[in-house]
Design a protein around this ligand. Structure first.
Ligand SMILES: [Zn+2]
Length: 590
């Protein structure tokens, strides 16, 4: 036994000496009922004495520090004949392997995976969703090394779905070009239904995970139409296949984009509800459009990634705002939304942008930068302190599209800007762009300087001149006074209680001293009903209200006067009397 081991070791040492550096991640899912995965990293021909391995603290596309290392345990290293090597954990997410004996070794660790979301690894007895940044330790200095992933799964788990490329003649084995690609290609393993279709000759697959009332033929037809419409915007495709991982949940949705796949959540019985189903198609359009905008056309900071800490950019509005504008346009272009509905939806985004008090203290650039501490960590005062780079970003995208069309005399569009950025930065320079480069490219295409537009829309809290711009596109922009009297309270009705969830800045409730968490017991002696707006509708402007609230263990009384609503609603509609030129601009736009 000892001799055999010695000979094997000699052969092995000779072999590894002439071999290139290699890395393999083996994922064992043999005990899915425990919610644990065991990961073995094999490293061959590593010549330094020390190797640091780090668990990412966040995952691209979701801008919040999530501390994935909290689920990592039992990290053990050994050489290829089983002799243990010293490993020390030096901070919350870094392990150091010190090794003076061998250039080839393994590191084994276990990951607990019981959080079901589009961004985390989740394992149960039927399926596993392997999300890279919550599963794979990053070997510092070896990020650029290509490698393999080998899956060891229960035999009755028959399906594997991933954006990674399979290796011929090596079952359940996939290759990756570098750590970024490994992280960006989640893997779904287990028992699930699939559908497939083709877009521009590229196979597209859908993994339908969990029970649902999906009608497969209908989803296939609709999703194909959505994808074809989306792929025509930036008319370039450089991926060999694409996966939608649809996670059927009891409630909640959301999605996360990747280079050639996306994970989306869908409440399992919502397919029969037309509105919910259209919302799901729009989510799919959004995530699929990210394949171009943000995964390829991207701000400098968003790839290659620093997984160790927050990465800051002024341009999340480009990543998410432009994509939100397009998810609406795609629904319209694919025939799932009328022109009137689209204009109504865009006007709704303008209403949000103009009526959110936080928009007066936070610019779009600041909202992008502070996503880590604001957008992803909302609280009761978010409405006063921040603005969504999705919704205001979509308004900025809409205005930018119109500015480019106007400046270029209806020759170019936002589609063209994205296509140019794709060619110039993703293909030619193989990198992202700075904010300055983005703005310069937009101005160049428009043929006029858009500095004023960007300064207003992105770097200030001022409002643009909506009316002037829309007028040139044959659209009437108007505001209408909100007739309901205003108190400035946001409430929710929960188990018979009317609870204050937020208080709008500079409102009667704000100055009067009501605060989130208060339970409204009575207004002028009457208990509020489940619909607080309807409950207040019998009152008019200047009416005096005596409000009793329960705050902690005390009853507090407030005398507040209803005022005229300072927030008008915003509307967009086609101007039938527009000039022929304006009508031609509208015709090309919508
Ligand atoms: Zn998005």
């Amino acid at each position: 036994m000892k001799n055999a081991r010695f000979i094997w070791l000699m052969v092995f040492l000779w072999t590894t000496d002439v071999m290139a550096q290699q890395i393999t991640y083996k994922v064992s899912l043999r005990e899915p009922q425990t919610r644990y995965a065991t990961v073995t990293i094999e490293i061959i021909n590593y010549k330094k004495e020390e190797l640091r391995l780090r668990m990412p603290v966040w995952t691209p596309g979701s801008y919040m520090v999530r501390e994935f290392s909290r689920n990592v345990e039992s990290v053990v290293a050994s050489d290829f004949v089983g002799v243990e090597l010293p490993v020390e954990k030096i901070d919350k997410n870094t392990w150091v392997l010190r090794n003076q004996k061998t250039q080839s070794f393994t590191l084994v660790y276990r990951v607990y995976a019981n959080e079901m979301s589009v961004r985390t690894t989740f394992i149960n007895d039927e399926t596993a969703f392997l999300a890279g940044s919550s599963l794979f330790l990053l070997p510092v200095g070896l990020e650029h090394l290509p490698g393999k992933v080998v899956l060891d799964k229960p035999t009755h788990w028959t399906k594997i779905a991933t954006g990674l490329k399979g290796i011929e003649d090596e079952p359940h084995t996939y290759s990756f070009a570098h750590y970024d690609e490994l992280i960006d290609c989640p893997i779904q393993v287990g028992q699930f239904d699939t559908i497939s279709f083709s877009v521009k000759g590229i196979p597209h697959y859908v993994a339908l995970v969990g029970h649902s009332n999906v009608v497969k033929d209908k989803l296939k037809t609709d999703l194909q139409k959505i994808c074809e419409t989306t792929a025509a915007i930036v008319d370039r495709v450089d991926f060999s296949h694409y996966w939608f991982f649809v996670h059927h949940t009891d409630k909640g949705g959301g999605g996360l984009e990747h280079m050639n796949s996306t994970a989306v959540g869908m409440p399992r019985w919502n397919y029969s509800n037309e509105e919910q189903y259209l919302g799901f198609l729009r989510l799919c359009a959004h995530e699929y459009f990210h394949t171009w905008n943000v995964k390829r056309i991207r701000p400098l900071e968003l790839g290659p990634f620093d997984y160790h800490k927050e990465v800051y950019t002024d341009l999340l509005w480009v990543a998410e705002g432009i994509t939100t504008y397009y998810d609406k346009l795609i629904m319209y272009r694919a025939g799932y939304m009328t022109r009137e509905k689209l204009l109504q939806s865009l006007a709704g985004s303008i209403s949000y942008t103009e009526n959110t008090p936080g928009g007066k203290v936070q610019t779009l650039a600041m909202a992008s930068r502070d996503a880590w501490i604001k957008f992803y960590r909302p609280d009761e005062n978010s409405i006063n302190s921040s603005i969504s780079y999705y919704t205001k970003g979509a308004v900025a995208a809409l205005m930018l599209d119109l500015e480019i069309r106007r400046g270029s005399k209806n020759k170019f569009t936002l589609d063209d800007l994205l296509t140019r950025l794709y060619d110039e930065f993703y293909v030619k320079k193989n990198r992202g762009f700075s904010a300055k480069e983005f703005m310069e490219a937009a101005s160049k295409l428009a043929g006029v300087s858009l500095d004023g537009f960007f300064n207003t829309m992105i770097y200030s809290t001022k409002s643009p001149h909506y009316d002037r711009l829309f007028q040139q596109f044959g659209i009437v922009y108007e505001t209408k006074e909100n007739p309901s009297p205003f108190l400035g309270l946001q409430v929710k009705y929960d188990q018979g209680k009317t609870l204050v969830t937020g208080v709008l800045r500079n409102s009667p409730a704000f100055w009067g001293g009501l605060t989130a968490g208060d339970e409204v017991i009575s207004v002028n002696g009457v208990k509020p009903s489940d619909d607080f707006t309807a409950f207040l509708s019998s009152y008019v402007i200047d009416d005096q209200l005596k409000i009793h609230v329960l705050r902690g263990d005390s009853i507090k009384t407030f005398d507040l006067k209803l005022i005229k609503n300072p927030y008008p609603t915003h509307h967009l509609k086609v101007d039938e009397t527009a000039s022929p030129v304006a009508k031609s601009y509208l015709e090309k736009w919508l």
